[in-house]
Design a binder for this molecule. Structure first.
Ligand code: 2AM
Ligand code: CA
Length: 268
């Protein structure tokens, strides 16, 4: 019962938030601030997060949050944790490039502080009006139609995507993996939004997506959507994803081990 209510709520809030960020992307002079080395935040990220968290607190006052932008006023504990990336693909967004989304998951906490278990996931691309959704055990959809991962089972037919981290050493690790991979696959893509990359795997546009440095809000919804679409999600060593490892790999399942074999950190 609660899962269904949370699922409908998550879809509605993703649509409402997507509209807000699309309007800002279309119209506003964005205010940029630096969060750190190669890391920016816009006023739209803050407004988007505020909208989601306020709506959740009204509807579910006992729930907690794990969200990208700092907000000390948010409760971090609860029987459900909302894992939120208010804009995934902020660098694209800030340059008015149309590759960004809002990513929202509802998850159960575990005894391990680095592991939450998403049971509802929504990724909404407001420019294309594409809403990717999954609910634990009920499959994955794109705009309410069921989606499935691709059936590509050899690397030489596979399109593998990835994104660049900010940190120089992790960039080098990524570059080493790209160097190994590019000669073995059909081609590679980098679109600048991890959540969209994972959802494109879920609906068969891509066969795999990897990233050596992601946070829970980048992957929580995408992980569930890939799994419910019949794919596989793990870290780059093939182990269950944990917030303290950060390397991430989502595939159609069929090329999962082949990508791990070409990557760095095979056994972390
Ligand atoms: P963001 O837009 O929310 O920051 C592209 O780099 C993708 O990886 C984006 O989805 C970006 O999320 C995410 N990402 C997460 N951590 C990152 C990091 N350390 N460096 C670069 N991108 C990161
Ligand atoms: Ca973000």
């Amino acid at each position: 019962m609660e899962q269904k209510q949370i699922a409908e709520f998550a879809k509605a809030i993703a649509l409402e938030t997507g509209e807000l960020i699309r309007d800002k992307w279309n119209n506003a002079d964005l205010k940029l601030s630096s969060k750190g080395f190669r890391d920016i935040v816009t006023d739209a990220d803050i407004a988007s997060q505020k909208l989601v968290t306020e709506r959740v607190m009204e509807a579910f006052p006992t729930h907690g949050f794990l969200s990208e932008e700092d907000d000390g006023s948010l409760p971090t504990e609860g029987d459900v944790i909302w894992v939120i990336d208010p804009i995934d693909g902020t660098s694209n967004f800030a340059r008015k490039s149309p590759l960004f989304c809002v990513s929202i998951a509802a998850a159960r906490p575990t005894d391990d502080p680095f592991v939450v278990k998403p049971f509802v996931g929504v990724v909404y691309d407001p420019v294309r009006n594409e809403l990717f959704f999954a609910s634990d055990g009920s499959g994955a959809t794109l705009n309410d139609r069921p989606i499935a991962v691709s059936t590509v089972d050899t690397l030489d037919s596979a399109i593998i995507s990835f994104d660049w981290p900010r940190q120089p050493d992790i960039r080098q690790t990524t570059l080493d993996t790209v160097t190994n991979t590019i000669h073995n696959v059909k081609t590679m893509r980098s679109i600048g939004s991890a959540a969209l990359g994972l959802c494109y795997v879920a609906c068969g546009r891509l066969d795999g997506y990897f990233n050596y440095h992601l946070s829970p809000w980048d992957v929580a919804a995408g992980e569930l959507i890939i799994k419910e679409a019949g794919g596989r999600f793990s870290d780059m060593a093939g182990q269950p994803w944990r917030g303290d490892v950060k390397t991430s790999l989502g595939t159609n399942g069929l090329v999962h081990q082949s990508v791990i074999d070409l990557g760095q950190n095979k056994s972390n």
